[in-house]
Design a protein around this ligand. Structure first.
Ligand code: DER
Length: 214
């Protein structure tokens, strides 16, 4: 089985568990496709066999966290900076299982008031930021370049790009239209809306576990 290995604090636990099951012999014959260099390093240190999309263009199962989950199981991802490789893996996964706690559930994408990340090329990033903000002016959008807490320099993704974090005061409306509009802008690499990709979402709360499926 080809397993997409997600990125973030929640997915880290899933990767640890997969490695434990392999060690116990309860899980066999899998190869992991990591969604970031961070997950690659974690999985490799745990002895999980690894490969990539060039060798395995179809993934049987991907497991990853999310920053937001709406009622239709559309997601916001990428606050950890790995949205591009996550979307590359999860968009070719036969099954994509999302693991979150209940704090991630929102009424609509952007509704948490937290960032909806967009990966952009570094060239004229401020121009890209202004075009993105203008695109979503109707939703009261503001944007900022993501910076490293340690040194205040622009955060650089595994792919050598920058991240613009967008914040919305109001619902942005049709997600497919928003996605198309973003991706038509030159200089934009990918955005953090994962529309229609999740097969199911496992939600942890104090009262237990619930599974949401489409
Ligand atoms: O950055 C990402 O895409 C992560 O998967 C994020 O969406 C969830 O990270 P968390 O599990 O640390 O909250």
């Amino acid at each position: 089985m080809v397993v997409g290995l997600g990125t973030g604090s929640t997915a880290k636990h899933a990767v640890d568990r997969i490695a434990e099951l392999l060690r116990q012999g309860k899980l066999k014959d899998i190869v992991g496709v990591p969604t970031s260099t961070k997950t690659y390093d974690q999985a490799r240190s745990l002895g999980i066999p690894l490969s990539d999309l060039d060798s395995h263009p179809v993934v049987d199962l991907a497991i990853d966290g999310a920053d937001e989950v709406d009622a239709a199981l559309n997601l916001v991802k990428g606050r950890g900076g790995s949205l591009l490789r996550e979307k590359m893996v999860e968009s070719v996964s036969k099954k994509f299982i999302v693991i979150v706690d209940e704090s991630k559930l929102v009424k609509h994408v952007g509704g948490s008031g937290l960032a909806m990340p967009v990966e952009v090329i570094p060239f004229c990033w401020n121009h890209s930021l202004k075009r993105l903000v203008n695109l979503f002016a109707y939703a009261g959008c503001v944007g900022e370049l993501r910076k490293c807490a340690e040194n205040g320099k622009p955060s650089v993704t595994d792919n050598g790009n920058y991240v613009i974090d967008l914040y919305f005061e109001r619902d942005i409306g049709d997600l497919d239209e928003a996605s198309d509009a973003i991706l038509r802008l030159p200089g934009i690499v990918e955005h953090g809306m994962f529309i229609g990709l999740a097969s199911s979402v496992i939600v942890a709360s104090v009262s237990g576990i619930t599974i949401k499926t489409k």
